[in-house]
Every structure is written in C-alpha cells, then in structure tokens.
Design a protein around this ligand. Sequence first.
Ligand code: ADP
Length: 542
Amino acid sequence: MILDPLSLFQASLEGNDSGTAILMIDSQTKSYEILLQNSIYTELAKEFDSRFFLKNKIKTNDFNTEIIYKVDGKILETSFGHFDYTKGIPGKQYTKFFVKDITIKQKQEEEIAWRLRFELGVASSIQILIQKPSIRESLPQALYQLLYFTEMDSIFFLKHMETTETDIENFEIWVNERKSTDFPLLPTKFQNLNWNREGINRWIHKLKNGKLIYLQKEKALPKEKWYFEESKVETLLWIPVHFENQFLGIMGFQKHTPNFVIHHENLLIFQTVSRWMGLFVQRDKDLTELNRYKSSLESLVLERTLDLSRTKEELERAYKAKTEFLAHVSHELRTPLNSIIGFSKLIQLPEADETGKEYLNYIYSGGTRLLKMINEILHLMKIESGQIELKIAEFKPEEICRQALELIKPQADAKRMEIRFYPPIQSKSLVSDSGKIQQILLNLLSNAIKYANHSFVEFHCEWNDSNLLFKVKDFGPGIPKEDQNRIFHSFTRLYDDGQIEGTGLGLSISQGLAEKLGGKIELTSLVGEGSTFTLIIPENRK
Ligand code: ADP
C-alpha cells in the first residue's frame, strides 16, 4: 500500500509541542490554503485572528518570526518553515506555520531579568554606603538607587531613637524617596507616633521582635486600612533593621499599584539588604560616638597643654628670677670678699702675735674658700643659662692630659699619691675646647686624690671609635649605687664632715661642660673597691 504523504505529515504534526499547520501558498495570487493542522494549532488559532494575520504576512512576503502580545496577557510566538514538496502542485509554495504559547517562558525570563536588576541595585547601593563615611549623607542616595532597580514604588528608612515616653515611638526619617510624585511620601507623623492609638501597634510589635511585615491592602485589618488609603499604598514590605538584637529602625518598601506579589527569593534579598543596613547604621553610630570621644579628648589635651605651658612659663620666670638674684648677690659678695682677702695678706702683725696671725690665716683661707664657691656658682649659672662660650680647636689629647697632670701634681704630692698615666695609642687629634676638657679632668683627678686614700690613681686616655675616653680610676671608698646619680646634682656632698674641702659643685659643673662639648661623664663604682669616672668626648665638636 502506498501511503498518502499528507497523512504521514498529519501523524508527525500531532507529535509537535507547538501548534503547527501546513500551508500551500500561491505566490501569484498571494492566497493560501491550510492543508493540514494539528489540534494545538486549532486551539491557538482561536486566540488571535489567524486568517487575517496569515493573509497579511503572505501579502507582504514577510515570513519572519513575530511575537503577538494579547490584551489578556498571553504571549504567542509565530514562525514559518518553508520546505520543498516534490509531490506538490508545481508553482505552489509549501510552508509550515508554527504558533506557540510562550506566556510562561516569557514571564520567567522577565522574572530573571528583574532579579538581575535587583541584585545590581543592591550591589550598587551597598557600594555607595561603603564608600561614603557618613551614613546620613549616603543613605538617601543608596536607597534611591536600590528603589530604582526594584519593582517597588517608594522607599523609606525610619531611624529608631531612644525615648522615655512609653506609648510613643520616636523615629527620625532618614530616607523618604519615591519613583514618581504621584505616590505620597511617608507622613511625617511617623516621627512621633502613638502606634497603639493609630491601630497599627501589631506592626511595631512585630518589627521590634525582628519580624517583617508584608501586607496587601485587602488583607489588612479594618483598623489598619487608613494607612493604605492615606498613603495610596497597595502592598507594603516593612523590614526591621537590627544589629546584635538591637532595634535600629525600619526600612520600608511600598507598591502603589494593585495586584503585586513579592516572590519569596526577592523577600530574602530585601532581608539581606536590611541586615547590611544594620551594619552600616551601627558603624555610623560607633563612628559618631568615637568622634565625640575624640573631640572631648582633644579639648582635654588642649586644656592640659595650656595648663602645662602656663606652669612652664611660671617655672621659667621663677628660675630666671632665682638666677638673676644669685648672680646679683654673688657679684655683690665678690667685691668685698676680694678686699677682705687682699687686706688679710697686707696686714703685718708682730712676730710674737701668734694668735693674731692664726686668726688672720683663718680670715684668708675662709675668704678664699668663699670666693672659690662664689666663682663656681657663677660658672654653673653661666653653663645652665647657655652663656658659656666654646673655643673649638684641633689638638693632641695627650698634651692636655700631660698639662692636667702637671697642674694636679702638687695636690697629689701633698697626699703622697702617684698618678699612673696611660696615654692613647693612636696619635689622632681632637677637635674640641681643650680648656674646658682640662677643667673637667682637673676636677675628676682632684676628686680622686681627695676622696681615695690609696697609693695611686690611674689616668687612662684612649680612643673608642670616634670618641675619646678619659678615665680617672681610683681605689678609694667607692660610691653607693643610690648616690651615683645624685652626686652630679649641685651642692650634693656625700660625706660632708668638714674634713674634706669642697662645695658639691664640681661634678655638676663638669657634667654641664661635658654636655656642652657633645659628650658626658659616666660613673662606675663599687663600694669598697673604688670609682671610675669616664669623660667621653666626641672626636669632632662641630
Ligand atoms: P666636691 O668635691 O666639691 O664636694 P663634687 O661635685 O666634685 O664636689 O663631688 C660631689 C661629691 O661626690 C663629693 O662631695 C663626694 O662625696 C663624691 N665624690 C666625688 N668624687 C668621688 C670619688 N672619686 N670617690 C668618692 N666620692 C666621690
């Protein structure tokens, strides 16, 4: 049996998942005939004016795919597929015509596109929040950006404020934006609202407990309806903003056109945004707090600094007054003292007047001691007030050491003490003030002779890199640890029993001079073993 090709077609058409018809077209007359059609086609052809549609297409020779958007929301996709039919009538064209209901597919695609848009909006608004330091500045912009990318029509953010009133909730409206001026903004009465009296206390209760409100106008309680009417809202989505169980505010999204549904996935994204918001609001709160601390700390520091500088000025004034007083008194004392010493030398007493001579000697030695002390005080004051002048020159340190030894010799001889000198091995020169160094060395050597009862004192002069060290080492009583710093302060004497002459000024003058030369004096000492005073002087005092 030979099968009719059209009946074969018919069988294959029924297997199609879209409406399909086989058309025979007369290209001359621009007319067509439906040879075959499957049952889906029969159904879908009723959905639109298929005859008129096909006639038009054939007339204009337009066989492109076309999408028909119907008023009831249905979307149909039409397309053509020409084929050669050898068994057909010559001169006629054969084509398949497909009609497909793509409403669901299209909706899904739109859905995905919206989702992508939404996510983009979320990302860009969060970026704005991250970049700007102050949330009060960035929030309106960030939330408007978010609104723009969602299907919602208006957005607000109510920042919760602490209040002592029990039935009033205190909020600040931080954001109140809408896509079109047709939609009213959130009424300002929400700043201080008695939610109970307004019939919407279950809303605030839910929100404060961390639950969101997703409510359509028709599902609202009768006492809640006023809000939808006053705000022309059809659907609302209010989400609480929390941070670590602390209620920070409400983020509200609203739709002003009817029949709108927010899908579950989108609800989750809105909730994620509110979590982010919690983070940013908290960050802002912390920063404000921190800034408050910072500025109060700054003013405290400023106050203290002022106090300190006032105290410093007072001290400086007092110190200057003391210095001036001492300088004045010392000068006034020096003149009569010089006369006393001078005259005590000139007075000629008879040979036999032993007592008179003894008294005269007291006057002379006491006067000289007093004059020495006054001179030392003046000298110390000069160092402290920076009036000392340095005479910097190049010299061989060994020469200075030998001169000092020469000068101290009588004192050492008087005590029958030997000074063992160890000159530097290198013959390097020193650039410094030789006179001042010698003054320091004499003081150190004289102390070693005065305070150490031993047959000899060692005097070393040696280079240590770019420093020259002068070491005066004695084997006397030594200095207890707790006194080692103290003896460098003026008028400090350790064993002042009147046996050993001194003013307690020598070491403080020496240390002051050493510092002027860019160096210092260091002390190492052990009680019962002796002391080593080391004068350290840099090779070149620039
Ligand atoms: P002065 O020798 O005029 O008392 P100094 O300032 O030179 O003043 O010394 C301060 C004190 O340090 C001395 O009174 C003495 O008690 C102690 N002192 C200084 N050098 C030595 C030393 N080589 N050994 C022990 N004590 C010392």
